[in-house]
Design a protein around this ligand. Sequence first.
Ligand SMILES: [Zn+2]
Length: 323
Amino acid sequence: MLDILDYLPAKRKVSPSGWISFNAVCCDHNGDSPDRRSRGGIKTNDQGWSYHCFNCGYTASFILGRTVSYKARKLLTWLGVPDREIELANLESLRHRSIHGLLEDRQAADALVQGIEFEEWELPPGAEFLTAEFAVQWEYLQSRCVPSDFPFMVQAQSKRPGVIVPFTYNNKIVGSTVRFLDNYNPRYLNNMQPGYVFGTDLLHNNWTHVIVTEGIFDALSIGGLALMHNTVSDAQAKLIRRLGKEVTVVPDQDSAGVELIDRAVELNWAVSIPAWPADVKDVNDAVKKYGRLGALITIMQARETSKIKIELRKKQLVKRLRN
Ligand SMILES: [Zn+2]
């Protein structure tokens, strides 16, 4: 089987999360200036690979059992893989084709038909993949219990140390947030399009439920969505509805979170306000304390769909907050 790693440029770095970064090979084919800051990244697993260029924004991926896509073919060609090798890889892949793969293709096509789109946006200048050299950033992410395979980035030249979380939608870069790690304000610098909801690319097609949270680290740690504030805009509500999943809103357990509860009720969504101890204020705190599965259990156990029960839980929360 074709091993894409054999064709990568010799100069490369491996991040602790397994991203291999190197000078991207796509940019000059897409009308951008060539990459000299190792902004191309590839991650492989036993099922295939995915490629992200944080210079020109090109993405491509390959999954065993699928045809080699047009974008993957182009990438392989730019890496210098001969056409014949690509053709053989395609045939070999199709031998692994499964019903599951067919179903997923169908769902991906459906998602496109639904037609919510965002513009491709640039990452902050100088953004590069987070590698082990950035110990402060790496330790911070571990302390927040977020998945290590997410393509976090850093700005090495920035005066303030921080972590960049790229916003993706249908695997395109459509914005980002920077979480600064010094003690100055603002702690976050958001670069977000109206109506965007973070985390749709983290969801698996076969999940029937989706957890809606306020903050980016809540979403990353539980595998849910982040609104990035304490309300839901109409455009965000539309996007979340189109996912076709059972929605559970988990507000932060503070006075701002109370507002989100009212909005969720208005949208007819389920709300979960677990009776967490005082040191657990949001989903991310819960994941840090109980682990991802443990936190999920507390959320699903406290899930309420009836407006009366949600109202009751809200009153209990308000009372807890006053004490
Ligand atoms: Zn590129």
